[in-house]
Design a protein around this ligand. Structure first.
Ligand SMILES: Nc1ncnc2c1ncn2[C@@H]1O[C@H](COP(=O)(O)OP(=O)(O)O)[C@@H](O)[C@H]1O
Ligand SMILES: [Mg+2]
Length: 613
């Protein structure tokens, strides 16, 4: 049931055809819905015919049989009940299938987006994705539960009415049909206009949501830089545009619908005139005229319905196309093909890492990392230093395979990381970032990442180990405190401790730290350093340090400049070389001296300088 749909050979399909792949498993239910609709409508349309029989065969005929009136009356009620039952069944079935299909699409979409590479998220605004997942799928839901039903029901109604009218009086029926080309012409003429206004409204709404999502996510920056007014102005502008396109859409829709209503009334007037004349001339029975008038009214009803649903269909196809566009994006980072896949036993991983002639860039043409070569022994601790933008984080991103390299290879224990399934790779590597992401949920769940196989006790132990426990003790609900999406309720330092606790719980073979202690005060940082000392023992570790002093104990330090390794060696070796590293170190000492002296003089009121080396 929840098997993802294979899309490899279906890339050229349009949105609508793609959606039909979701309909296929429900074919039999749709068939049942069709039959119920057909029966329901037939029961409805037979009713005016019964009245015709009453008028022509009972009321206007001399010596009429009163019992026939009862029989016909009973049949009329019977038909009403049948129509009710069939419509009820058909409506419920359709809701059931429609909702199920949309649940499935949402699930597939979320899974698909989760598998897309980081480069996709670099390019795609968050809000546009939120629109895709929420409102586009809702429009598709409307399509299945509402639009498709209406199109089917009204289509069948139209055909049956035409059949009934032809049966009653072919000449009058053919006169009524004259209007059909006019109707078709108007519908075709309006089509591009309707489609355009619908695209516009969707586009504006998506822009509005994008703007909102981004601003909510970055509200702190907006406030810090006093950009509230500017952003509000931008929002007001977007809001106004949204309003305008909605007005245009409604105006167009009203024109469209009223035109048809007017046509309907015109047809009715014509029928009353032509039919009335025929009755006077005795060439038409009164009952037939009555049935005709009822049918012609019902004839325009489905046409108006269909055209009203038409614009919804337009927006549904736009949504389907957009969903399809997201679905058709292939992740740049792909899992290995079956024949290349190396199955790895996690416990066998030693943790040797080799970078060989690695070139990498985020955008075409610009290399961020050029020709990187480095062999890291199992259990070795590598410090990475360099100026901002030197490419430190990029190396870690490549190793975690958030991005694929352009050329060369990265191997863990001699296995190319492209041959390791991503899920396995991410179990091998533990990442601690500067701004760890927390999810809505309790602290407990955030540490074990919703993996309930990890016992509570283990989480508590891990938090004690990294020194987070004392902070949590202060909270009313301790480990069960609920965090909001962005980790609200915890300080930046506490969030970082929490992400370290994750590492303790998950015990990855390879540890990657990207400026992981940048948000910590010196006391907490010391605690983290102690915890890290334990964590890094015997575990291959790559540390990007925001302060050189934190990595001087590393086995080797890799010094980076403009995407290249310019020096490698231990702290002492590098200092002795008096090169780029020595200069960076000297600079950082200067910074630390200033920083620490300020801190110390504030706390103790004296000017002694303390630098840990
Ligand atoms: N997602 C991205 N898309 C495009 N360019 C990026 C992206 N991330 C980083 N870069 C660029 O790559 C270069 C190296 O960045 P990074 O590895 O983050 O540096 P560091 O961590 O050493 O400060 C920088 O010039 C940066 O602008
Ligand atoms: Mg960085």
């Amino acid at each position: 049931m929840s098997k993802p749909i294979d899309r490899t050979h279906k890339e050229r399909r349009t949105g609508l055809r793609f959606m039909l792949t979701y309909v296929k498993p429900h074919r039999s239910t749709f068939m049942l819905i069709f039959i119920c609709t057909l029966l329901g409508i037939s029961a409805d349309l037979l009713q005016p015919y019964l009245v015709k029989i009453v008028i022509d065969d009972v009321l206007t005929k001399p010596g009429h049989d009163i019992r026939l009136l009862f029989v016909i009356g009973g049949s009329y009620i019977g038909l009403s009940v049948l129509s009710f039952v069939f419509t009820y069944v058909q409506d419920n079935l359709l809701q059931h299938v429609g909702q199920n299909i949309v649940v499935r699409i949402r699930k597939d979409l979320f899974r698909h987006i989760s598998n897309l590479s980081m480069s996709f998220f670099d390019r795609r605004p968050l809000g546009a994705l939120v629109t895709n997942v929420s409102s586009d799928t809702e429009t598709v839901n409307q399509f299945f539960t509402n639009i498709s039903l209406s199109l089917m029901r009204d289509g069948i109604t139209l055909l049956l009415i035409i059949a009934m009218m032809l049966k009653l009086d072919a000449v009058l029926a053919l006169y009524s049909m004259i209007l059909i080309p006019v109707i078709a012409g108007i519908a075709i003429g309006f089509r591009p206009m309707l489609r355009k206004t619908y695209e516009q409204t969707r586009l504006q709404l998506s822009r509005l949501i994008s703007f909102l999502a981004e601003n909510l996510a970055g509200m702190n920056i907006i406030q810090v830089f006093h950009q509230e007014k500017k952003q509000l102005d931008k929002y007001t502008k977007l809001n106004r545009l949204n309003l305008e396109v909605n007005f245009t859409k409604h105006r167009t829709t009203i024109y469209f619908n009223r035109t048809f209503e007017f046509l309907g009334n015109l047809a009715l007037a014509f029928l009353v005139w032509a039919g009335g004349m025929a009755v006077f001339n005795h060439s038409l029975e009164v009952g037939v005229l009555f049935a005709f008038i009822t049918y012609i009214r019902q004839f325009f009803q489905p046409i108006i319905q269909i055209t009203q649903q038409w614009d919804k269909l337009q927006s549904a196809t736009v949504s389907m196309d957009r969903l399809w566009q997201v679905f058709s994006i292939r992740p740049e980072v792909m899992d290995p093909r079956l024949e290349n896949r190396k199955d790895i036993v996690l416990s066998d991983i030693k943790g040797r890492v080799d970078f060989e002639n690695v070139c990498f860039g985020y955008t075409d043409g610009i290399d961020v990392i050029s020709n990187l070569n480095l062999q890291i022994k199992s259990g070795e601790i590598i410090g990475i230093v360099g100026e901002t933008g030197a490419g430190k984080s990029s190396i870690l991103n490549m190793l975690g395979r958030f991005y694929d390299i352009r050329s060369g290879s990265i191997r863990i224990d001699g296995i190319d990381i492209r041959d390791i399934p991503q899920a396995t790779l991410h179990r091998i590597i533990g990442f601690v970032q500067q701004d760890p992401h927390l999810y809505s949920g309790s602290i407990l769940e955030n540490v074990r990442l919703f993996n309930s196989a990890i016992p509570r006790e283990e989480v508590i132990q891990a938090c004690k180990f990294v020194g987070l426990d004392p902070f949590l003790q202060r909270l009313n609900q301790g480990y069960d405190t609920q965090l909001s999406e962005r980790g609200g309720g915890l300080s930046a330092g506490e969030r970082q401790l929490l992400s370290l606790a994750r590492i303790v719980v998950y015990q990855p073979k390879l540890l990657i730290l990207d400026e992981a202690t940048a948000h910590l005060d010196s006391h907490t940082e010391q605690m983290v350093q102690n915890a890290l000392q334990h964590l890094t023992t015997g575990r291959t570790t790559l540390v990007v340090a925001h302060r050189i002093s934190t990595i001087i104990d590393a086995d080797r330090i890799m010094v980076m400049k403009q995407g290249r390794i310019v020096e490698v060696g231990s702290h002492q070796e590098l200092l002795a070389r008096r090169g780029y590293y020595a200069m960076l170190y000297k600079q950082s000492l200067g910074k630390n001296e200033k920083k620490d002296s300020v801190a110390v003089s504030k706390e103790k009121g004296e000017g002694s300088v303390l630098v840990t080396c």
